[in-house]
Design a protein around this ligand. Structure first.
Ligand code: SAM
Length: 242
């Protein structure tokens, strides 16, 4: 399924989610994707979209402790999520991932790493405002968002002005948004979109695989590895909320 950007027609209501689980029986062939069912019964590391909505604004209670909340969008196979949770036992880590199979792969990574304070939720990145209160995030990460390279698909790109406006609303003052990508237009779009927003560039690298990230230690992601192996560039940008 293609990942979509925020459909402009759907306004926030505050009292109901803009992204919901479809029950397996709603699918014409419920057996076609076994992860539709298995992601629902995975265990405490994995939240369905409905679970995530139930925990909105109450993430400390869900994790069982109040701690800085770091959110990764599009966690894929969960390499970054599990490594971040392992490196930072002082934070609560939540991944947001659209695809059923990938939520299960993330859940497995979290479980294998024995992490109590990391979870993956199935939700759509266009609706982060459903789940998080303004100013409640201590960090937001996007690693290798889908590029949508064709001009006619540009509207599907995650890195756009609307997403940075959401980031501004959700991040605490002083919190960071960190982007790594193999697609330079994502960096250019982010830089072009911050005009007038309280976001400033606090780090940039055009050669992550050679010179590393412009913030402490890097955590290599699955997609990043594929580009490194092929000798292709990976770019990084850090924006800090004023
Ligand atoms: C190119 S993969 C990168 C995966 C991983 N971050 C990495 O670096 O290896 C992009 C990921 O973003 C997820 N994704 C795409 N659109 C999304 C959306 N609107 N909300 C949440 N996740 C999304 C995809 O399902 C996929 O797992």
């Amino acid at each position: 399924m293609a990942a979509r950007g925020r459909p402009t027609s759907q306004a926030a209501t505050g009292d109901r989610p803009r992204f919901r689980d479809r029950p397996p029986e709603d699918y014409r062939n419920p057996e076609a994707n076994p992860f539709v069912q298995s992601h629902r019964s995975f265990g405490p590391e994995l939240l369905t979209a409905d679970d995530a909505w139930q925990s909105r604004g109450a993430w400390g209670a869900l994790f069982g402790r109040e701690a800085p909340l770091h959110v990764e969008i599009g966690s894929g196979n969960g390499f970054f999520l599990a490594a971040l949770g392992t490196q930072r036992p002082d934070i609560n880590v939540l991944g947001i991932e659209l695809r059923y199979k990938r939520t299960v792969l993330c859940g497995r990574k979290i479980r294998e790493a024995g992490l109590q304070y990391a979870k993956i939720a199935r939700y759509h990145a266009a609706y982060l405002g459903d789940l998080f209160d303004p100013g409640s995030l201590s960090a937001l990460y996007v690693n290798h968002p889908d590029p949508w390279p064709k001009d006619r698909h540009e509207k599907h790109r995650l890195i756009a002005r609307w997403f940075l406006e959401d980031a501004v609303r959700l991040l605490q003052p002083g919190a960071v948004f960190r982007l790594k990508t193999d697609f330079l237009p994502h960096i250019e779009e982010a830089l072009a979109s911050i005009d007038g927003l309280p976001l400033s560039v606090t780090g940039r690298s055009d050669d992550v695989n050679g010179r590393g990230v412009p913030w402490g230690a890097d955590i290599e992601t699955n997609y990043q590895r594929k580009f490194a192996v092929r000798g292709l560039p990976v770019y990084a940008l850090e924006l800090t909320r004023g």
